[in-house]
Design a protein around this ligand. Structure first.
Ligand code: PLP
Length: 399
């Protein structure tokens, strides 16, 4: 008899399971389109120039590694506020935003979820149908009941916006709506600015709590354009939660750099909120790590590095868009009869390809092309060398 006799084997993470399968595949032409990571045109994970320059500058004046404050590096938190809300935006200048450094975007979501659960343990959480798999798990583990709001319309290849509004309209006051600020994962379909206005109206009228997950700022239409949705919520006078991730936009996946920002009504309220966020952090992991936050703060607050970052992120965005076009053209050239141009209307790293589970399994077993069972492929992992092969493979399974 062991203490662990009754411990059940948890299911494998579907994406990490795919990675293992990919690694074990002997096919020399294999392509991994499963994981949500940006690779450059040589298939390499980029180390951004701005990051290298910031690291070099930090190394030039080495600092001892004391504990950070519970809420992280002050310069980092301020830089996040400026990026997410605008440095001169009223909520920032009036001090009514509480921002804490977090362990990636996941950490930002988790801190927010734990804090919200203390505020209102009986609230329901709504995530999009479908959503990033971890949304459900994070909010469930924080103690919430999690349900979905309508989002993807497979037949229409787009957002079921009426359904989305309907779901939000019928949610009880206090319900937490987890919204993808931009570059919806997994579908690649975002709602329009005018549709955001309608969502905000419902959030306000129905007293919902908007939790905006911003994991891909800069991958859609641009840094400011993608962030504009936050300004809309602020203008509506709402108390919102925003999780930020720099994993993709700085290619700093392993450094775990993210944040949570909460917009309160005034400075005094923000101070109380911040004090509670700090309790959540203190009782989970005490305080965040130093390196990633220091690098991102350095880049965001040094004009030349900031400029470099914007250019490098812009190049990533442009390359993904070019790959979408190559995919559509390549599929047509490979003889695919159906109109695949919807892939160029999608935005961000992913494409919901519309392929069935059986077709995705065939792609994997016959061609070594790995996407998720749901038909999601990571366009950011395509490059000039592999896109032709991927098009041929997709064309064959679509025949
Ligand atoms: N939110 C969404 C929608 C994501 O796709 C991801 C990462 O894939 C995250 C949050 C988490 O980001 P991080 O790796 O910074 O924890």
């Amino acid at each position: 008899m062991s203490l662990f006799s009754a411990v059940a084997m948890a299911p494998r993470d579907p994406i990490l399971g795919l990675n293992e399968q990919y690694a074990a595949d002997p096919n020399p032409q294999k392509v991994n389109l499963g994981v949500g990571v940006y690779f450059d045109d040589n298939g390499k994970l980029p180390l951004l120039q701005c990051v290298q320059a910031a690291e070099k500058a930090l190394m030039d004046t080495p600092t001892a590694r004391g504990y950070l404050p519970i809420d992280g590096i002050a310069a980092y938190d301020n830089a996040v506020k400026a990026l997410v809300f605008g440095a001169d935006a009223e909520p920032v200048t009036s001090g009514r935003v509480a921002t804490v450094q977090a362990i990636g975007g996941t950490g930002g979501l988790k801190i927010g979820a734990d804090f919200l659960h203390k505020l209102n343990p009986n609230a329901k959480v709504l995530i999009s149908d479908p959503s990033w798999e971890n949304h459900r798990a994070i909010f469930q583990n924080a103690g919430f009941e999690v349900d979905t709001y309508a989002y993807y319309d497979a037949a229409k290849r787009g957002v079921n916006f009426d359904g989305m509004l309907q779901s939000l309209r019928s949610a009880a006051p206090g319900t937490i709506a987890v919204l993808h600020a931009c570059c919806h994962n997994p579908t690649g379909y975002d709602i329009t600015p005018a549709q955001w206005d309608q969502v905000i109206e419902v959030v306000k009228a129905n007293n919902l709590v908007a939790f905006l997950d911003m994991a891909y700022q800069g991958f859609g239409h641009g840094i400011a354009e993608d962030g504009a949705v936050i300004g809309k919520f602020v203008a509506a006078g709402l108390n919102i939660f925003v999780s930020t991730s720099f994993s993709k936009s700085f290619s700093l996946y392993g450094e775990r750099v993210g944040a949570l920002s909460v917009v309160a009504n005034d400075k005094e309220e923000a101070a109380r909120v911040l004090s509670q966020l700090k309790i959540v952090i203190r009782t989970n992991y005490s305080n965040p790590p130093t390196h990633g936050g220091a690098v991102v703060a350095k880049v965001l607050t040094t004009p030349a590095l900031r400029q470099q970052w914007e250019e490098e992120l812009g190049a990533m965005r442009v390359r993904i868009k070019a790959m979408r076009q190559k995919l559509v053209d390549g599929l047509q050239a490979a003889g695919v009869q159906q109109d695949m141009s919807f892939m160029t209307q999608q935005i961000g790293m992913f494409s919901y390809s519309g392929l069935t589970k059986e077709q995705m399994l065939r792609l994997r077993s016959e061609f070594g092309v790995y996407g998720t069972d749901t038909g999601r492929i990571c366009v950011a992992a395509l490059n000039s060398q592999n896109v032709g092969y991927v098009c041929q493979a997709i064309a064959k399974v679509l025949q």
